[in-house]
Design a protein around this ligand. Sequence first.
Ligand SMILES: Nc1ncnc2c1ncn2[C@@H]1O[C@H](COP(=O)(O)OP(=O)(O)OP(=O)(O)O)[C@@H](O)[C@H]1O
Ligand SMILES: [Mg+2]
Length: 258
Amino acid sequence: MTTTIAITSGKGGVGKTTIAVNIALSLALQNKETLLLDADLGMANAHILLGINPKLSLEDFVTGNAELEKVITTTKDKLKFVSGGNAINNLLNLSDLERHKIIKSFNDISSKPEFMVIDVGAGAESSSMTFMASANKVVVVLTGEPTSFIDAYTLIKTSFLDYKMDNFGIIVNMSTSPLQAKVNFEKFQSITHKFLDVNLKYLGQVPTSQKIKNSIISRSPLMSSKIEGTETNSFKEISKNLLLLENNKTGTIKFFDN
Ligand SMILES: Nc1ncnc2c1ncn2[C@@H]1O[C@H](COP(=O)(O)OP(=O)(O)OP(=O)(O)O)[C@@H](O)[C@H]1O
Ligand SMILES: [Mg+2]
């Protein structure tokens, strides 16, 4: 059985792709067979952070140019990767039916991974919600900014009311200290619990870091470098805590028929 993990956020630009790429690499480097799916269709950029340029992407699958299996590439760290294409492709305006076809097609992969990490577009639009609701585990990335709190709350509210999802993992990114991150989580939790009957589990924090910025500029993810540091420890800690996050058991279609 494949454990599928959606990395989401209310507000854009809070670090979803950075976290999705490094968590997927962290799992792959622990010899767990892991697939990273870039489902931020129309804005896909995980391949840029990974420093690779796959010939085929989901666009080739959607247009009937290639089978899904052919669209999977394997990186030097043994991470399997499905690219969402590039910004000038036509995957921005897919219908729900087309998105469901993508989700169902993962059943046809001959070798099912142990984990699939999904980089989902920001916000509560149906383009993001379909992929989010199709994962077992849902992670919401926050920063300490009030705008990030409000948008994350809106995303959780929509997920709960429209899709009956009630378990969410929370990561605080761009934190100034582990203590401040935990305080931010607790503030967010107390606001959310006032209005919604959902479970929020703190998965950890990632510091604001020049090393992370540099890794994006140099297109070489930190987890790939295998040099230990505060940042890589954060990603390892989060990937460990993720395993303890409760699944959402909603009625929508799921990846790998889970
Ligand atoms: N922990 C961090 N420390 C420093 N900079 C960071 C950190 N996390 C992310 N960034 C910076 O923030 C920018 C946005 O990150 P990223 O692309 O991962 O966000 P995103 O949530 O995927 O954005 P989008 O909503 O556009 O998909 C990156 O260019 C990166 O430089
Ligand atoms: Mg992104």
